[in-house]
Design a protein around this ligand. Sequence first.
Ligand code: FES
Length: 262
Amino acid sequence: MSTGVMGPGRARIPAKTLRQDRWWLTPLATFVVFSAFVVYATWRAFAGADYYSAPYLSPLYSPCLTDDCVAGSSDFGQPFSWWQLSPALLILIFPLGFRMTCYYYRKAYYRAFWLSPPACAVAEPHGKYTGETRLPLILQNIHRYFWYAAIVVSLILSYDVVLAFRDEHEDWGHMGLGTVIMLINIVLIWLYTLSCHSCRHTVGGRLRHFSKHPIRYRVWTLVSRLNLNHARYAWYSLFSVALTDFYIYLLATGAFDDPRFF
Ligand code: FES
């Protein structure tokens, strides 16, 4: 039996869509911005250099766990001393997996890259639709486990922000523009992580009576409120990670000096 746009329950309309608005704008913007981020992140992840400028460590390289880590950039030892490639490639699997399996990003890139469908009420070019019921897309269901990992990564990035309140000699009680940028970045990352649909289910799911779990109900209410803006946080945090990394790259290469406030 045909599925997708050829499914028996679908209206037979010869036109691809009857929409008159510029429905293609959002998938096009998603395609361009995502592609730009992938190119940038790939370049930076494989570079294996210019990711640390004391006291700032790029979020793409944190935690740095190999022998190759620049002096001062690793507070967690070198448990992966045998790793020969860029240290970023070792840990990016977690934030990357988290974002790739995110419910919002799935919607965005299914539309922008696979046109499945490109937008509401616009026919997709595929004759078949199996959704996420078989390989490889069934693997999207591991999102919850990536969320657990994302919590750990967010805690480590928070620790990096605390370290950013030092100067280049590791004396505490200092702050520069880099500190502010890292601070904004971690706030956006937490907003994105805590507004996750899996987080909402973890704190408030599988309960028969909210009245018997008042604390979980309060937390669930809070997460639900954040969840309304999940897509926004997804984009903001994506930009902030790239900008934070780029700022540290500029410092590490000597192209820019970090303005110190105190
Ligand atoms: S749904 Fe987007 S991060 Fe979980």
